[in-house]
Design a protein around this ligand. Structure first.
Ligand SMILES: *[C@@H]1O[C@H](CO)[C@@H](O)[C@H](O)[C@H]1NC(C)=O
Length: 487
């Protein structure tokens, strides 16, 4: 009798889950994974990254669904497997126990009539819930964006909700209505969605729900007055060190001197927020999050009281030199966030030291005596900030060259690649160390405590050769780093 009862309950449970979702075709998924396995063999490894997440093949862009579920961190990404260029969007998927070592999982979402554009993930009881933008190209030539859900109870297989869309359209009917970022506060779910006004100003919309399915539009959380671009993509909203942060990626901001030199920007507004009045009051204006050439669509998640961020390690319309090798796009290393002096501080994870493989250099870094590495390096430099510093980053067999520069007079630190400079004033809040992470085609520079960070793609041939080109000898400690992502 007990057994019959148990079977009955199980049957009901299965029936309930099935009734709620549309199974993604197992056939399509298996065909895709087989294709990926085969295609991977054709990839040229020269610029494949050793400790940055990238797609197994093909194209990737925005990070999605950054979350913690059933004992693992989950990170998804916009994925087009069939070419190293943008195409109909899937969600690729990796997991990690420590945010440093990553494991490849099968593609989580495949497009049907809709493309699976960016979104986020939350955990509802035992279920991992993805909320993403369904992008449809209409016969009229226009497109339509609405918000969809997908569910998983194992963190591997995801099925789309039968009742999609859960949010059919923007209050003003704008076709640009995407990148939902959801979170829970008290008894309610909240989601913010990037959009624009009818006169082309970026804005972020706030919604609330009791069940993730029925959503109520609450308010416009933030909006450009005309100076912050025509569209806000990939919004995020979170509490950090007693403040609230509205993070987003505005498109269409004009360059101002050293600022906003990338095609599109990623930055944030720090302020206060009240869940009763739903008012977000900025304390300071928009600030760029990362000053490098390649950082976009950043997304955060919180676990164990820590707030982490990952960005797309690329920029729209920049050359992706790796595309001829069968892949394009990557993620930055994960960074831990805090706020000091109304500015976001980004620090590499403490666990990054676990990747140190062998000590390559230690002590004096003399002028014009290069240090040579393999494909990876972590370099810690201590110099006198009252004097200039200039470090040349190049390949042992040629390729692209980059410079890291500190100008003591203007107090600007910067990265220059092919004459294209990104720089910003740096007033250290503590440490005056430069910490540089080099991977097979990338450089990340963390200044001091992480108050100034640059992320740029850079393509050397062979291994890395780093030279101190200034008159000032500095102190160096440098390591080669282990692989922590699938090949
Ligand atoms: C866009 O899609 C939503 C959800 O399916 C639908 O309600 C809406 O009518 C569509 N708009 C257009 C212009 O097709």
């Amino acid at each position: 009798m007990a057994l019959i009862l148990k079977s009955l309950i199980l049957l009901l449970l299965v029936a309930f889950v099935c009734a709620k979702t549309v199974k993604q075709s197992k056939n399509d998924k298996e065909t895709l994974e087989k294709y990926i396995e085969d295609k991977k063999k054709e990839i040229n490894p020269r610029w494949r990254l050793h400790y940055h997440v990238a797609g197994p093949v093909g194209w990737i862009n925005d990070p999605n669904g950054f979350s913690y579920y059933k004992g693992e961190y989950h990170l998804f990404y916009q994925f087009y497997p069939y070419a190293a260029k943008w195409g109909p969007m899937h969600w690729g998927h990796v997991t990690s126990k420590d945010l440093v070592n990553w494991k490849q999982l099968p593609t989580a979402l495949l497009p049907d009539e809709e493309q699976c554009f960016s979104g986020s993930a939350v955990v509802d009881g035992d279920t991992h819930v993805l909320i993403y933008t369904a992008h449809e190209n209409l016969a009229s030539g226009l497109s339509n964006e609405s918000q969809y859900l997908a569910f998983s109870d194992d963190g591997v297989n995801y099925d789309k909700f039968k009742g999609n869309p859960v949010i059919p359209q923007a209050p003003n009917g704008s076709p640009d209505f995407r990148d939902p970022k959801a979170w829970k506060h008290g008894d309610h779910w909240y989601v913010i969605i990037g959009s624009k006004t009818t006169d082309e100003r970026g804005r972020v919309l706030l919604y609330r729900s009791e069940d993730l399915i029925e959503w109520e539009f609450l308010t416009i959380l933030g909006e450009s007055k005309g100076d912050l671009g025509y569209m806000w993509e990939c919004p995020d909203f979170f509490e950090l060190d007693g403040k609230f942060v509205l993070l987003m990626s505005p498109q269409g901001m004009k360059p101002e001197g050293d600022r906003y030199k990338n095609l599109h920007q990623t930055g944030y507004i720090i302020g206060s927020f009240n869940y009763d009045t739903l008012e977000f009051t900025p304390d300071v204006g928009f600030q760029e999050m990362d000053y490098g050439h390649d950082f976009y669509a950043a997304q955060t998640m919180e676990h164990n009281g820590k707030r982490y961020v990952v960005g797309w390690f690329a920029m729209w319309e920049s050359p992706f030199l790796e595309d001829v090798d069968g892949w394009a796009g990557a993620m930055t290393i994960i960074r831990e966030l805090s706020i000091v002096n109304n500015r976001i501080i980004m620090k590499p994870l403490d666990d990054m030291v676990s990747l140190r493989e062998s000590l390559v250099a230690s002590g004096d870094f003399r002028t014009n005596v290069p240090v040579v590495f393999g494909k990876t390096a972590e370099i810690v430099i201590d110099g006198d900030l009252n004097k200039n510093m200039d470090f040349l980053l190049e390949g042992t067999e040629g390729g692209e060259k980059g410079w890291i520069k500190w100008d003591s007079e203007s107090r600007k630190v910067g990265i220059e690649i092919d004459g294209d400079v990104r720089q910003v004033e740096w007033y250290p809040i503590g440490s005056t160390t430069l910490r540089i992470f080099l991977d097979a085609s990338s450089v990340e520079l963390f200044c001091g405590e992480g108050e100034v960070v640059f992320s740029s793609r850079l393509y050397p041939e062979g291994g890395w050769k780093v030279t101190n080109k200034n008159v000032q000898d500095v102190k160096i400690e440098a390591y080669s780093l282990k692989r922590s992502v699938p090949e």
